[in-house]
Design a protein around this ligand. Structure first.
Ligand code: NDP
Length: 783
């Protein structure tokens, strides 16, 4: 020990390692290797792989490389247990979840040490953040188990859930997945990350200790192949994945067309925006938390610093000083700020990206040195938006700094990414904070704060950061079948001859008229110039419609993108427009009824009346399907805002050609989306008549665009289009696979409604929920 005066100069702490004896003792009892946990017990170990302490490279355990047969067995166990588990009362399930929460709490220190040993993250974080949040998650969902029946009337569990988690928050990600699944009555098969399986295996023992019925939770360790087998397994009803966007895409493709529910929490490149009026010291602390927490291995890490030009020099100087004070060291040392990187491969990836960033012109500042599997806190200055460090997720303690001049610049830079997970906004001006928060394309916005998580608040991304939410009420919805759509036996329409060749004789004489499409508020001829005959039930032509092509869809998407201002209209305004559409449709009810009767032979008057009612229904909801304030942490207002996706592609069925169109488009625009609708292929003329109603109802041009033609082909173009944010498809199951595969490009949200929807009864909150994504905004209050 040095002299006190020396210590005061350096303010160095002596070593203060957390004891790891209990954990090492437990690992010793599993020296022979861990088998998979299936049906309530550990199976005999299979082929084993080593698990390392990343800070030393020491092998600390050996676990089984799960095989396809292990996944089969685990899914079978989960399937067998599911009806019994779902059949328990909510209160019974709540008692189990409560026991899991209590036991996690009682093993808090053990789990914190095991997590640090396995992952390399500082004990300060596992002890104070990860594990307490795990317990909070189980408590919160114990509560939900009691409440699901009354809060989600008519909902049921999805079934067996396949859950795949990453290595950055191993036990916390397990809790985020397992707790809501169990609360809702599902059973699970979970695959932890290859690097960090140990806390999941300890959790398996906690499940036994809690007396959880066998098969409710199954844990199969292994690598990506094990994960792929789980995601693709036919016995799985829902896949929940957290990890890289690349693997998220693979899983989107693997589950396409299977009808499996899917939620994806993927990568990010989150902006950390500091305005000139921010409290700079707090913002510097925020940066430290935003990017150096967990060595930057955080999907929502604030990895892009956007700082107002006028304060850049001051801010960077303070940040550099603060970075110099961070302690890099042994994860189990209580004074360590920056622990080990999870693996040598991940370390090499960070090194490679930083060198590439430097080569592309960034000036690299690093605080301190790191030996072994560690990486120093790093600040990249003078980063151009095209620099790799501004674009790619590094997943390390690396911050890329850029400057901006105006709030508009800041928003443009912040949104200049394919991701959309989180954002942090620092300003003392609340008006500006909310204005910017509302314009950011991100699922979570922290105002004057960063990296806040709570079981009661939704977390999840926009764009290529994935879809679906974890936490809160929205997270539960991912584990429930909320409402089955009402169905009637599917009818087959008189198939339209999708040909521009000369067609059948007309049903009545008159002046030849080809219905145009509707793009950007104007009538549009099909780009290819071709049209097709629309037939009546006897096969006679009742008119012609444009044969739309990829180009027409592209034009329509462009028009819809330009109509983004609709999202900014007040909910009251949107309601008024919907009422006005209903009013104008009512004025022309007879004409529409006749058109429907001529095309379909059905009672057109009833369909028109139902469409008017539906417009009223969603006009009524436009200002009532609103957000909420979530009860999360002390001194935070946590808002759950319903935001429109942006551009939605909607592909309409042949049944009820007017009513289905209205039933799909009205909720989408009620929530502020712009829509590209593909009309019923067989009966498009109701839709093409309908746009003249839209034209006279104060709906801004481009908010609804209507394209006619081969619905399958047009749907595929919508699915592939990177500017389409969500896709609804009504059609045969056989069409779903290729659409969902194509949607993987920009990871758009998809809703496959299937065939035979009873449009007379198909309305409700589910349509509104599917037309929105939740943005969670955290605002602190108090000094
Ligand atoms: P992955 O996305 O590869 O891993 C996440 C999980 O998926 C792991 O359990 C992994 O298994 C499993 N997995 C891998 N391939 C497949 C597959 N084809 N089908 C199903 N499951 C699969 O992330 P990595 O761990 O490889 O990290 C790579 C990069 O991803 C990081 O550098 C970082 O940029 C990003 N990342 C992002 C995360 C986030 O939360 N947004 C979390 C982790 C990583 P296994 O452990 O064996 O690979």
């Amino acid at each position: 020990m040095g002299k006190i005066t020396d210590i005061l100069k350096s303010m160095d702490y002596g070593p203060s390692p957390e004891a790891s004896d209990a954990v090492r003792g437990w690992l010793a009892t599993h020296k022979a290797g861990f088998g998979p946990f299936i049906g309530g017990a550990f199976a005999a170990p299979g082929a084993l792989f080593d698990v390392h302490d990343p800070s030393t490279g020491e092998t600390i355990a050996r676990v089984t490389q799960g095989t396809a047969a292990d996944i089969d067995a685990a899914v079978a166990a989960a399937r067998a247990a599911q009806p019994g588990w779902a059949g328990l009362s909510g209160h019974e399930r709540a008692k189990y979840l409560y026991a899991l929460a209590r036991l996690t709490q009682k093993r808090e220190r053990f789990l914190a040490v095991l997590e640090s040993l396995d992952n390399g993250k500082p004990i300060r974080e596992t002890r104070d953040i990860d594990i307490p949040l795990v317990a909070r998650h189980f408590y919160h969902h114990a509560g939900w188990a009691s409440l699901i029946a009354s809060e989600f009337p008519g909902a049921r569990a999805v079934g067996v859930c396949g859950q795949i988690i990453p290595w950055n928050f191993p036990l916390l990600m397990l809790a985020w997945k397992v707790a809501p699944a169990l609360a809702c009555g599902n059973t699970v098969v979970l695959k932890p990350a290859e690097y960090t399986p140990l806390t999941a295996l300890a959790f398996a023992e906690i499940c036994v200790e809690a007396g959880l019925p066998p098969g409710v939770v199954n844990i199969v360790t292994g690598d990506g192949e094990t994960g792929a087998a789980l995601a693709a397994h036919e016995g799985v009803d829902k896949v929940a994945f957290t990890g890289s966007t690349e693997v998220g895409r693979l899983i989107r493709r693997a589950t396409a067309g299977t009808g499996k529910k899917l939620s994806l929490e993927l990568g990010g490149k989150s902006p950390f925006i500091v305005f000139d009026d921010a409290d700079l010291d707090s913002a510097v602390e925020g940066v430290v938390d935003g990017i150096f927490f967990n060595q930057g291995q955080v999907c929502c890490a604030g990895s892009r610093l956007l700082v107002a030009e006028s304060i850049e020099a001051r801010f960077v100087a303070r940040l550099k000083t603060r970075m110099g004070g961070l302690t890099i060291g042994a994860p189990l040392d209580k004074s360590t700020d920056i622990g080990a990187i999870v693996s040598p491969e991940q370390l090499q990836r960070i090194e490679r990206l930083v060198e590439a960033g430097r080569a592309e012109g960034a000036e690299i500042f690093q605080a301190g040195r790191a030996k072994g599997c560690f990486y120093p806190p790093t600040l990249a200055l003078g980063v151009e938006p095209a620099n790799i460090l501004a674009r790619e997720e590094v997943f390390g303690p690396v911050l890329a700094a850029m400057t901006f001049r105006t709030p508009d610049d800041a928003v443009a830079l912040a949104n200049n990414t394919r991701f959309g997970l989180a954002a942090s906004v620092w300003t003392e001006n609340l008006n500006r904070a909310y204005e910017v928060a509302s314009r950011l394309k991100a699922g979570v916005v922290w105002i004057n704060s960063t990296n806040l998580f709570d079981a009661g608040a939704a977390f999840g991304g926009y764009r290529e950061s994935g879809f679906g939410r974890e936490g809160g009420r929205e997270g539960l919805a991912e584990y429930l079948v909320l409402a089955e759509l009402p169905r009637v036996p599917a009818t087959s329409a008189n198939a339209a001859a999708m040909s521009a060749a000369p067609g059948p004789a007309p049903a009545a004489s008159g002046i030849d008229r080809t219905a145009k499409m509707y793009i950007g508020g104007k009538q549009a001829r099909p780009d290819g110039g071709a049209s097709y005959a629309v037939l009546d039930p006897e096969g006679r032509a009742v008119g012609h419609a444009g044969l739309g092509s990829r180009k027409d869809i592209r034009n329509a998407v462009e028009a819809a993108t330009k109509a983004a201002g609709w999202a900014g209209a007040t909910a009251h305004n949107r309601a008024q427009v919907l009422y006005y559409i209903a009013e104008n449709l009512s004025a022309r009810a007879l004409e529409f009824a006749e058109r429907l009767r001529a095309m379909t032979g059905a009672d057109g008057a009833a369909e028109v009346e139902a469409a008017i009612r539906r417009l009223f229904f969603y006009a009524g909801f436009a200002d009532k399907y609103d957000g909420a304030v979530r009860a999360t942490q002390k001194k935070f207002v946590t808002l759950a805002m319903n935001e429109p996706f942006g551009v939605m592609g909607i592909v309409c069925p042949d049944e009820a050609p007017l009513l289905a169109l209205v039933s799909l488009v009205a909720p989408a625009i009620a929530m502020g989306n712009a829509v590209v609708a593909v009309a019923s292929a067989a009966h498009p003329l109701a839709a093409t008549d309908f746009y003249s109603v839209l034209d006279t109802s104060d709906l801004p041009g481009g908010v609804v665009n209507i394209v006619t033609g081969d619905a399958d082909a047009l749907a595929l173009t919508l699915a592939e289009h990177d500017s389409v944010d969500a896709l609804w498809w009504v059609g045969p199951k056989a069409g779903e696979k290729r659409l969902e595969e194509a949607s993987a490009g920009n990871l758009k949200s998809t809703w496959m409604l299937g065939e035979g929807v009873d449009w007379a009864r198909a309305e409700g909150r589910e349509f509104l929920r599917r037309a929105c994504q939740i943005k969670t905004i955290w605002t602190p209050y108090g000094e």
